[in-house]
Design a protein around this ligand. Structure first.
Ligand code: NDP
Length: 273
């Protein structure tokens, strides 16, 4: 029997990644024979690791923190979403060339609008953070037709750069965290900072949410994340973690690699319990 097709996720650190579990469940569901490993690569080693993986017959890689930008620079062909985000989370081979795609945005929107049944149309939306993940979700959010899209970041310059990069798609209002304290509550507040990973939450003003607000944390964990706890403490109507985005972006990677999209509901139910 031939060797199973090889896939992996590359990041640093990587040992806590749930991607092998998720892709293992997808493969069993479809009866696909494949392996999915963890590869820990420091930034200096990233390019070599990727090239050796594909040279040795590997079929596809997921890319996570801190390599998404490096993967964008390495890829010889680029999908539309990755070009807009300037970040790649999925690598594959296309006619022997390394192709880079970004499935974070579509994964996020699928979780928000399908699993969680939220509409962006006509809503006032706030994104906290302006890193790679924020870049991935801005274009699909603008495409959803919000009344206003605000973006606040600790480093203001990075937020202005992001606004500039997406000017052709729609208007984004840039702010510091501190200057948000006079605004009325937003309909949708999205945490795209990595601050919650360390368990330390920046001080976001409490006026940003009320009982009509839907809050979404890209960060996920076994307990309430600091942002979800903050949202609940300030009376947000609903606050969700990013498990669904994690599973949905993985399903989009699987579709790119294998040509069929897994059913995500059973996998999400297993992970989020
Ligand atoms: P980046 O490193 O590219 O960006 C980090 C962002 O967090 C920047 O905006 C940074 O601000 C901000 N930040 C970091 N620490 C603090 C702090 N102490 N106070 C305030 N702001 C802070 O990371 P990514 O954008 O790639 O990822 C962001 C988060 O999203 C991560 O936690 C990641 O795990 C999660 N994620 C989840 C996904 C999912 O499937 N659920 C998919 C992709 C990402 P500054 O610019 O000032 O440094």
């Amino acid at each position: 029997m031939s060797e199973p097709d090889r896939y992996a996720v590359v990041g640093h650190p990587i040992r806590h990644s749930r991607s092998p579990l998720i892709h293992g469940m997808f493969a069993r569901q479809a009866g696909d024979r494949l392996s999915y490993d963890l590869i820990d690569a420091e930034p200096d080693a990233f390019e070599t690791v990727v090239r050796e993986f594909f040279a040795a017959g590997g079929k596809g890689l997921n890319v996570t923190v801190p390599h998404k930008r490096a993967a964008y620079q390495l890829a010889e062909r680029i999908g539309q979403e990755a070009a807009l985000a300037q970040a790649v989370n999925t690598l594959s081979l296309e006619h022997d060339a390394i192709r880079g795609d970004n499935t974070d945005g579509i994964g996020f929107m699928r979780d928000l609008t399908v699993n969680l049944r939220q509409s962006v149309s006509g809503k006032c939306v706030l994104i906290l953070g302006a890193g790679g993940a924020a870049r991935g979700i801005v274009a699909p959010l603008l495409g959803g037709g919000p009344a206003e899209l605000w973006l606040a970041n600790r480093t203001l310059e990075r937020a202005h750069d992001l606004r500039q990069a997406f000017l052709g798609l729609g208007e984004i209002v840039v702010s510091s965290f501190e200057d948000l304290d006079q605004l009325p509550p937003f309909d949708i507040v999205i945490n795209a900072t990595s601050a919650g990973l360390t368990g330390v939450q920046p001080t976001f003003p409490g006026n940003l949410v009320d009982s009509g607000s839907f809050c979404y944390d890209l960060v996920y964990g076994a307990e309430d994340t600091p942002f979800v706890a903050w949202a609940r403490a300030h009376g947000a109507g609903q606050a969700e973690q990013g498990w669904g985005m994690l599973v949905e972006q993985a399903a989009e990677s699987y579709l790119i690699w294998r040509g069929h999209r897994p059913d995500t509901s059973a996998v999400l139910a297993t992970l989020a319990t």
